[in-house]
Design a binder for this molecule. Structure first.
Ligand SMILES: Cc1ncc(COP(=O)(O)O)c(C=O)c1O
Length: 402
């Protein structure tokens, strides 16, 4: 018997489909299997040298002490300048919170605002941490499925039907992990109209894939179509994806001063400020040379095109080409009910993903983990060659189903 009992929070927490699938792929690789790992949304590029150099310089300068809880003055100023320059948004440093990744910022926002019974609307497919973070903070995730026909975006009817007097937040992640959906002007206008009728609802915009965009013109920012709602919006972003800095753990939120202060109350009692060295590096990331961002997005786009073309040609697989983000999210519903060469039935998306792993050595993640069964997610944050070979191997594996 265990010497302790787990808290209700932890006992009810779900698993991370990303972590489980990526661990499995790593285990098989370690056993010598030839596995193409398309599970994780982590840029395969290195953090650029000039950003690393800023961290080395920070160390040499003795920049090794606690920082203010909500971030160094230099980083909050750099974020404020980034939001003004790239997004034409006006958030002074006092309205900016720096956390250990966008994840902590989102967690703190929920911890600072949710009481038992509060609901948070999360469109599916979703980033699995959203509902888990809501539950861990005593809120109730309200999952609203979206359809491929609607570009995996909320419709007015589905959003209106989900809102209740207890709704506290709506979470929009655009470009989306996992679907690649990007909310355009009309979608944003619709969200704004619905939200205006429900003043109890705050809007969390997760923009971590902002720069990994495959459309020719970026959509307007929500706050440009609904500046009147600025007091109800938390903009969340970070350096993990754009600057290939996943391990540095720096993310940020920009929003109403009272919310930011409340998030600081949570953070000061959990982690205090993010790493001093990482914050110094993030100042350089946000304010320094940006040319590599476009180059890397072009590489992601090329891989996305390879995968979209390859998968679209496979009978039984259907997809909406992603407009942004690091993933291709496809339906495998047309393959359910088929049998593998050794007689196993493919009854679910999980069976299909397992089959791809075992028979083709391609590791992806089942859509069930993102709240949308019958689908699977493949990452384009892997080398162009891996993506290309994976596509051919999947075609071959599907052809062997009967
Ligand atoms: C939608 C979304 N938000 C947030 C994060 C976490 O970002 P960070 O590394 O800044 O915590 C991820 C990472 O996969 C993500 O996909």
């Amino acid at each position: 018997m265990s010497a302790f009992t787990l808290s209700r929070r932890v006992s009810q927490a779900g698993f991370s489909p990303n972590a489980a699938a990526s661990q499995r792929a790593k285990q098989l690789k370690a056993q010598g299997r030839d596995i193409l790992d398309l599970t994780i949304g982590e840029p395969d590029f290195e953090t650029p040298d000039h950003i690393k150099a800023a961290a080395v310089q920070a160390l040499a300068n003795g920049d090794t002490r606690y920082t203010p809880t909500l971030g160094t003055a230099a980083l909050r100023a750099a974020i404020s300048a980034k939001l003004a320059r790239e997004n034409q948004l006006n958030f002074p440093p006092a309205q900016i919170a720096v956390g250990n990744g966008a994840k902590q910022v989102i967690f703190n926002a929920f911890a600072a605002t949710l009481d038992p019974g509060h609901e948070v609307i999360i469109p599916a497919p979703f980033y699995p941490s959203f509902p888990e973070m809501v539950s861990l903070n005593d809120g109730k995730p309200v999952i609203v499925p979206t359809r491929a026909e609607d570009g995996f975006k909320l419709t007015r009817a589905s959003l209106e039907a989900a809102i209740t007097p207890r709704t506290r937040w709506l979470v929009i992640n655009s470009p989306s992990n996992p679907s690649g959906a990007v909310y355009g002007r009309d979608d944003l206008l619709m969200l704004a109209e619905v939200l205006r009728a429900h003043p109890q609802v705050l809007l969390l915009l997760d923009e971590v894939y902002e720069h990994i965009l495959f459309t020719d013109t970026p959509p307007p920012h929500f706050l440009h179509v609904a500046q009147d709602l600025v007091e109800r919006v938390l903009v969340v972003n970070g350096v993990s994806k754009t600057y290939a800095m996943t391990g540095w753990r720096v993310g940020y939120g920009a929003g109403p001063a009272a919310l930011i202060q409340a998030m600081g109350v949570i953070q000061v009692q959990s982690t205090s400020g993010a790493s001093s060295i990482s914050q110094a590096a993030a100042v350089t990331a946000l304010g320094g040379d940006q040319s590599f961002v476009k180059e890397r997005t072009a590489a992601y786009r090329a891989r996305r095109n390879i995968l979209v073309k390859g998968l679209t040609a496979i009978e039984g697989i259907e997809l909406q080409p992603p407009e942004g983000g690091l993933f291709v999210f496809s339906s495998c519903k047309g393959l359910l009910g088929k049998s593998t060469p050794d007689g196993k039935k493919i009854a679910t998306d999980e069976d299909f993903v397992e089959y791809l792993l075992e028979s083709a050595g391609v590791a992806g993640i089942a859509g069930s983990g993102y709240g949308l069964p019958g689908h699977f997610r493949l990452s384009i944050a892997a080398s162009t060659e891996s993506v290309s070979v994976a596509s051919a191997r999947i075609a071959d594996a599907v052809a062997r189903l009967s």
